[in-house]
Design a protein around this ligand. Sequence first.
Ligand code: HEM
Length: 407
Amino acid sequence: RIEADPGTGPGASLPPLDLPAARAARCPFDPAPGVERARREEPVTRATLWDGSSCWLVTRHQDVREVLGDPRFSADVTRPGFPFLSAGGREIIGTNPTFLRMDDPQHARMRRMLTADFMVKRMEAMRPEVQHLADELLDRMTEGRTSADLVAEFALPLPSLVICLLLGVPYEEHEFFQERTGILLSLRSTREEVRTAQDELLRYLVRLAESKRHRPDDAIISRLVARGELSSVEIATMGRLLLIAGHETTANMTALSTLALLRNPDQLARLRRDPSLIKGAVEELLRYLTIVHNGLPRVATEDVRIGGVTIRAGEGVVCTLNSANRDEDAFPGADGLDVGRDARRHVAFGFGVHQCLGQPLARVELQIALETLLRRLPGLRLDIPFEDVPFRHDMGIYGVHALPVAW
Ligand code: HEM
């Protein structure tokens, strides 16, 4: 626990860091220079958000873990002072918040209904199925061709197929929900666009949940319906969180990891020589790339002292995961990619009670996707100049919009 000391005033020697500008300035693989500077010079500093309001930015590995592990920092989106991390953020979670944006005991009650579905053993048992899907996608991608967009043909469909299977959502409708998900995650979307996409996705999932009452299957949504504890809207809200999280995260990690390895040929060669490094390499890539680059929002419920600064009750805090994962005190040589490093203490999946529920699934998918890709395409290379790669500066989850590759 962080020791409370309301007597000390805030340290604000640096000008408030403009978070929207910092997002736009993220270097291909590194956090924005302003965030790096904050970690070195004033690790808990003031920042300005999309709506012009201000909050605290926490940048060191140790401090980020302390905040995320301390119940005096709330993830409840309805609390005054909660920091919104995009222009349409209030709309995204303002109505029908998911358990991601609730505190215990409500959060724990909802999360418990899913823990068995995402536990390590269950996900590990899916390996043969995920491997089969990965091979099928690569068969299709490479048949009679020597180039393709890796995002559209492999990195996105793989986790999309898997999450649809787990949830019981028909994959044939992927264009509908992928498009809505894109709008929800885009920092450029207007409030109106966000509200519409949000409603359409929710209505679609409510209808799906209703249909499972008459035609049950053994996938997650149907089993939530059968429990009889949640309304269709609550189930749809949970399904929406899983659908979005299940798609966009692993897809972007797969594409960005491939690009990072192509840009670090020594590490790529090492991994190719010794595929048994894959598990550790995936943890290192999660640390190095930290795709949840918006950081994690919380609001203090009491005065709490952290990193020499007193955060007052009601003040918003953003934990910058990408800065924490580049903290030299936690990871010596943090700015380098080292597939042999023990990176398990990274915070790419968050920390504390909200730590990523889907991480066992993400690990299985990433390990299989990268191992299969490298094994099957020994001549894999980028098919456009690196400068032309369309990085997702405009999205809450970092990655690339497309990745043209050849082999
Ligand atoms: C939570 C990252 C994949 C489902 C989180 C959080 C992070 C994260 C940082 C914490 C949010 C917070 O504390 O505010 C990632 C990354 C992924 C990934 C980097 C892939 C590389 C997945 C997948 C799923 C998933 C595949 C599942 C379908 C969730 C859920 C939560 C969550 C349900 C909320 C947990 C809670 O509030 O208790 N994820 N995630 N994630 N993630 Fe993931």
